[in-house]
Design a protein around this ligand. Sequence first.
Ligand code: UDP
Ligand code: MG
Length: 287
Amino acid sequence: MSESIQEEESLSSSREGPVTLDLVIPIYNEEEALAHLFRRLGEVFSKEACKSAGIGAIRYVFVDDGSTDRSAFILRDSIRDGLPGTLYRLSRNFGHQSAIAAGLHHSKARLVAVMDADLQDPPELLPEMVSKWREGFEVVYAQRRQRKEGLFKRASYWTFYRIAAFLSEFKIPLDSGDFCLMDRRVVDAMEELPENLRYPRVLRAWVGFRQTGIPYDRPARQAGRTKYTFSKLYRLATDGIVSSGIRLLRAAQLFSFCFAVLTVIMLIVFGVLLLRSSDDRELVFFF
Ligand code: UDP
Ligand code: MG
């Protein structure tokens, strides 16, 4: 039996029984949302719920992305009081994607999930994601059917996902963000990529493995306000598109080539016209 078949078999058999789960949560000035978050996580990952979902141990990997409010202190105190979590504090605000990348880097469990702190990613979906993993998928991402946000934001996201999918050289699932569950093998594969600009949802799509989406309706933010200003959202979109492949670069190359050819043709045409009517002052003036 070849090595790959052996590995395949050992993996499918080890999907039975209790499994460990690290849940990565990026936090930036979320002091108003944290109490809601802890309550919902407490419900979803109660002892009984974990037992019936086959989750042997849960650990919250909080990544504080340079918060300037009390978020980090609330998290530290809650962990001291028994919340099963670890807090990583970044030295400044690096952005949502970098915070997630840092959390993934510090994850250790067999399963690793990612969700936002404001409960727009409903944690109730996580046990369903674990069941999908048991069915044989290595990546289970949540796919939005609809989102309860302003028209501008919805339109921007809709356009962004379609441009990114069009420009990408591999399949990027439409309308799915970072909310997902991944097998350790996927996170390890992502970790091996040397990218400086780490955009987890793009790397996740790139590494392959068996991936599936589960549909959900994205609710409104539970508390507090969005941390994405227009400029941050614009940067997120351009980073995402740039990191999804070099098609954009090729398109730019093609455009500049076409313009260069057009310029040469126009120069020749004007040169000929100029020579033919050297006494035409208007044309000389135009040049
Ligand atoms: N976030 C972060 N760093 C940032 C901006 C946001 O870690 O610079 C976190 C934020 O605390 C939340 C998640 O990323 O957990 C998504 O942010 P937000 O809800 O503000 O974005 P939106 O859902 O409005 O796109
Ligand atoms: Mg949000």
